[in-house]
Design a protein around this ligand. Structure first.
Ligand code: B12
Ligand code: SF4
Length: 481
């Protein structure tokens, strides 16, 4: 096999059929998982990344790339269970061109046999894809490659798991394949980039598949490599907002405090966003104060429920009292808070419980409240329970979009769930004055703080270029007279 000749097309599929508030066009984070893979294969192949979430990258663009670029392999990232149809649309198109399809990400990792039963999917990479994808490109046969599932003579073969990556020595994601698109990576209009400092979470909430995906392990990177990544030109120049994608960013308090100190010392003037747990906020407010000093302004919280009984049934290990206190602490430090609440979080819920969730949500200081229906994903304890109890009413993965009822609740109909899900958005999210919060944030910090973050190098460069052109033009005009 002559290396360098292999062509690999990596695709991030869109989020189709999902019209409620969620990860659509106004929130598009860069395809970090694919950029990690790219870092591990770019020395042995030509790589191209296409991201269908960007406005000008549709299935026709994919088709044209298959025709012109003629990739040997197409790798598709399949994280969200409900993306099944778009994933299959891509892989079927690839098969029209006889291209080998490799699908990776959370859903196929946690339901590999199911994913392999689709004719157009040739290979599944389970778990972290960096080394496994590289080994597929390097090897002539799949038999010995750890972490791979594939089909052979009509049999589904699942090779043994690969060991988890050593994050302390892992390569940085390679961001230079980003396709230049008219629309770009942004969070509600702000240019954004994302970075990962750890993988896994020590908790085991019943609806979350993280403990299965990362095999109950939590690993973090070194401080030096995180700071190095934050200082890479592509992050430093392009984005004023950085999202730490870690599912639970605040596991190691002392480490995060040291990271914040390093951000301050290295003058990394960005706005930061992260995902956190309310118990950590209540138990260690000083950590969140330090994060605010370093530039953290936005936190995603998994609130889930306001009932202690329900929080316990979800194994969330938080209390309603902590939720209220955490919101107050964060607002005192000037954070904007997005909090997700589950409608029908308890299988025993009745209509009055759904109404009370909405009523309590209205009184909570959550700036961007989002809602989801209780949805069992493969690899979760919740899925096992629902299947055991015979309560799974919908087995079409495209409906697992946390807005479509898929569970047969004893005291609630699908109509009730639909009705209260929409009611929650209508009455809670759209009644909040977000403008007030943003003004409050702007006033809380000094103009210098905001200017440093908003006037990043890219904007300054643009400004100088613009002024330079103007200057040259006016000189030309002056001397040509
Ligand atoms: C960023 C993110 C979001 C963003 C959206 C992204 C966007 N718009 O661009 C936000 C914050 C909006 C979001 C929201 C939600 N999310 Co989300 N999100 C993530 C998160 C934290 C990070 C993704 C990421 O960048 N990871 C970092 C990269 C490096 O890892 P990776 O993508 O997994 O890639 C690696 C492997 O998977 C594999 N791989 C991936 N693709 C491919 C492709 C190939 C070819 C190969 C070989 C390998 C491979 O190799 C990569 C490198 O190791 C993941 C969890 C996670 N840690 O990944 C959840 C996750 C994807 N989200 C999930 C969920 C459930 C949600 C919510 C529904 C939660 C909720 N109830 O509120 C909401 C939706 C809310 C709403 N109402 O809209 C689940 C998906 C479960 C499922 N099976 O569908 C995940 C897995 C979290 C979890 N722990 O359960 N999310
Ligand atoms: S929901 Fe959050 S806290 Fe619970 S296991 Fe998943 S990542 Fe950890």
């Amino acid at each position: 096999m002559s290396f360098g000749k292999l062509r690999v097309l990596l695709i991030m599929p869109d989020y189709p059929e999902f019209k409620t508030y969620g990860p659509q066009s106004d929130i598009i984070f860069p395809p970090l998982g694919l950029e990690y893979i790219a870092a591990y294969i770019r020395d042995i192949s030509d790589v191209r990344i296409l991201d269908m979430r960007l406005k000008d990258t549709d299935i026709n663009v994919i088709k044209n790339n298959l025709k012109e670029y003629k990739p040997d392999y197409v790798g598709v990232s399949y994280n969200y269970t409900f993306q099944i149809n778009i994933v299959l649309q891509i892989t079927r198109l690839c098969k029209e061109f006889n291209i080998i399809t490799i699908v990776g990400g959370w859903h196929p990792t946690l339901a590999p046999s199911d994913a392999l039963s689709h004719e157009s999917i040739d290979i599944i990479v389970r778990g972290e894809g960096e080394i496994t994808f590289r080994n597929i490109l390097l090897s002539k046969k799949l038999d010995g490659i750890l972490g791979v599932s594939f089909k052979k003579e009509n049999q589904k073969i699942h090779n043994k798991d690969r060991d988890l990556l050593d994050l302390e020595t892992a390569k940085l994601p390679y961001r230079n394949y980003r396709y230049k698109s008219k629309s770009d990576y942004n969070f509600l209009g702000f240019p954004i980039d994302c970075i990962e400092t750890s993988r896994g979470c020590p908790f085991d909430c019943s609806f979350c598949c993280i403990h299965e995906f990362y095999r109950k392990r939590y690993r973090s990177r070194t401080l030096e490599s995180i700071v190095k990544e934050l200082k890479t030109p592509i992050i430093n120049n392009k984005a004023s907002l950085i999202f730490f994608v870690d599912d639970n960013f605040v596991v190691k308090k002392d480490f995060i405090i040291r990271l914040c100190d390093a951000i301050i010392e290295n003058k990394i003037h960005k706005y930061f966003m992260a995902q956190a747990r309310v118990d950590m906020i209540v138990n260690h407010p000083e950590l969140f104060k330090k994060m605010a000093e370093a530039g953290f302004i936005f936190l995603f919280l998994g609130i889930e429920s306001f009932s202690d009984r329900t929080l316990e049934s979800l194994n969330k290990r938080t209390k309603f009292k902590q939720i209220k206190l955490a919101l107050r602490i964060l607002h005192d430090y000037g954070y904007i808070i997005q909090g997700n609440v589950i409608i029908g979080a308890n299988l025993e819920d009745k209509i009055e419980d759904l109404q009370s969730t909405i009523d309590i949500s209205k009184t909570m200081e959550i700036d961007l409240p989002t809602f989801s229906l209780l949805t069992p994903f493969p690899g979760t304890k919740l899925m096992d329970d629902i299947v055991d109890k015979g309560l799974l009413i919908n087995t079409d993965w495209s409906n697992f979009n946390w807005a479509t009822p898929v569970i047969d609740f004893p005291y609630l109909s699908a109509e009730d769930l639909n009705h209260y899900y929409l009611k929650a958005y209508k009455e809670v999210l759209f009644s909040k004055s977000r403008f007030r919060k943003i003004m409050q944030l702007l006033l809380l910090k000094s103009p210098k703080y905001h200017l440093q973050r908003l006037l990043n190098v890219e904007i300054l460069k643009g400004l100088f270029n613009f002024l330079g052109t103007k200057f040259r033009k006016s000189n030309k005009e002056k001397y040509s007279k």
